[in-house]
Design a protein around this ligand. Structure first.
Ligand code: SF4
Length: 343
C-alpha cells in the first residue's frame, strides 16, 4: 500500500486545452455534419477517442477533406500554407490554436522578416514544431539537443532563438546557454517561449519531489508537456512514471512508498481521480503550488458564429433564453470537463 499520496496543483488542463476542447464541442453542437479536425485536437488518447465517437474525424493533411467540409484546426498551431489549403477546400474553418503558440508564430515571422536566421528548439515530428517551422521555413532550423547546436552553422550575425512551448525547462536551459555562447548577439523574445502551464506544472512537481520516493505523471505518450514532466523529474534523479490508466499503475511497484501525482496539460482530471481511488493510499495530501487563473476565449470565428446562433434562437424561441444559459458570454464559467460530459 502507498503511504502518503500528494495530489499536486496545478495539474491537468491548461487554458489552451480548455479553449480547444470547448471550441470543438461547440462545433459539434452547431453542425450536424462530421467535423474534420487537423491533427489531434489536444494530445490525449481518451479525449481523441471521445471526439471520434461523436462524429469528429481527425486528418493529417488537407487532401483527406471532402469538398465543403467543416474544419477545426488543432491547439498546436498550423503552418500558414497548410491553413490556406484547408481554407480553400472547407466551407467553414475554425482555428483553435493556443494564443501562446500564436505568439511564437508571430516571433518567427518577425525575426524572419528582419533577416534573422532562427534556431527553433522543439521535438521533430511534433505537431507544434511542424506548425511553427512552417511559418518561415527558409529561415528556421529545428534542433532538439545541445549537441545539435554545435552542428548548426548559420553563418550569420543575426541569429535568434525560439522554442516549442512545452519543453522541459531542464532540457531548454542548457540549449539556450550553448546558443548564447555560440552566437553572442543572439536575439530572444523578452520572456522565453515555454508557456506558463508547462513551467507551472514542472515547478510544482519539482518543489514537492523531495518529499516523495516517486511521481506518477498522468498523460498520453504523444503529449510533449507530459513527457517533459517525466524528463524534468528524471533530470533531478527522481523516479517518474507516465500512466494513462489504472492498468498502467499495476505495472509499478508503489508498495510502502510516498508518491506524488500530477498530470500533463491535456490529461482529463477524472483519470487522475480514478487513479487516486485505485491507489487508495494510507493518507492523501493536497499540495497547491500555484493557483492558475488564465482563461483564453474561444476562437474568434466561433464567437461570432455562436453569438449569431444565440441571437437567432433567442428571437425565434424567446422562452429558451439561450443567450444567458449557453451564450458565448458565459463561456468562462463553462469548463472543458463539462463540455466533454455534455457530448
Ligand atoms: S500547454 Fe501551453 S502552449 Fe500548449 S495549449 Fe496549454 S497553455 Fe497553450
Amino acid at each position: 500500500m502507498v503511504n502518503n499520496l500528494y495530489v499536486v496543483t496545478p495539474r491537468g488542463f491548461c487554458a489552451g486545452v480548455e479553449m480547444a476542447i470547448k471550441a470543438l464541442t461547440w462545433m459539434l453542437k452547431i453542425y450536424d455534419e462530421t467535423i474534420y479536425c487537423y491533427h489531434e485536437i489536444v494530445h490525449n488518447d481518451w479525449i481523441v477517442k471521445k471526439f471520434k465517437e461523436n462524429n469528429v474525424k481527425f486528418v493529417n493533411n488537407p487532401e483527406e477533406l471532402p469538398e465543403n467540409a467543416i474544419v477545426m484546426l488543432s491547439a498546436h498551431g498550423t503552418a500558414p500554407k497548410i491553413e490556406n489549403e484547408f481554407k480553400s477546400i472547407s466551407l467553414t474553418n475554425v482555428n483553435s490554436v493556443c494564443p501562446l503558440v500564436t505568439k511564437v508564430h508571430h516571433e518567427a515571422k518577425k525575426f524572419s522578416e528582419d533577416g534573422y536566421k532562427i534556431i527553433y528548439v522543439g521535438h521533430k515530428n511534433h505537431d507544434e514544431a511542424i506548425g511553427a517551422m512552417g511559418v518561415a521555413p527558409d529561415s528556421m532550423n529545428l534542433i532538439e539537443s545541445v549537441d545539435e547546436i554545435e552542428n548548426v552553422d548559420l553563418n550569420s550575425n543575426k541569429v535568434s532563438l525560439l522554442a516549442q512551448t512545452t519543453l522541459a525547462m531542464s532540457d531548454w536551459e542548457p540549449i539556450m546557454i550553448k546558443a548564447k555562447e555560440k552566437y553572442p548577439n543572439l536575439k530572444m523574445p523578452r520572456k522565453n517561449d515555454l508557456c506558463y502551464a508547462t513551467t507551472n506544472r514542472q515547478e510544482a512537481i519539482i518543489n514537492i519531489s523531495n518529499k516523495v520516493d516517486a511521481v506518477i505523471v498522468v498523460g498520453s505518450s504523444t503529449s510533449s508537456n507530459t513527457n517533459a514532466l517525466v524528463t524534468s523529474l528524471n533530470n533531478i534523479g527522481k523516479e517518474a512514471f507516465r500512466v494513462e490508466t489504472t492498468d498502467d499503475v499495476n505495472k509499478i511497484n508503489l508498495k510502502n512508498k510516498d508518491i506524488a501525482i500530477t498530470a500533463g496539460a491535456s490529461a482529463p482530471d477524472h483519470i487522475v481521480q480514478n487513479i487516486v481511488e485505485y491507489i487508495n493510499p494510507k493518507n492523501i495530501e493536497f499540495y497547491i503550488d500555484t493557483n492558475e487563473t488564465e482563461y483564453f476565449p474561444l476562437p474568434v470565428e466561433l464567437r461570432t458564429n455562436i453569438k449569431n446562433l444565440s441571437n437567432f434562437i433567442s428571437s425565434m424561441y424567446p422562452e429558451n433564453n439561450i443567450k444567458s444559459q449557453y451564450g458565448v458570454k458565459n463561456d468562462k464559467s463553462w469548463t472543458a470537463t463539462e463540455a466533454l460530459t455534455s457530448l
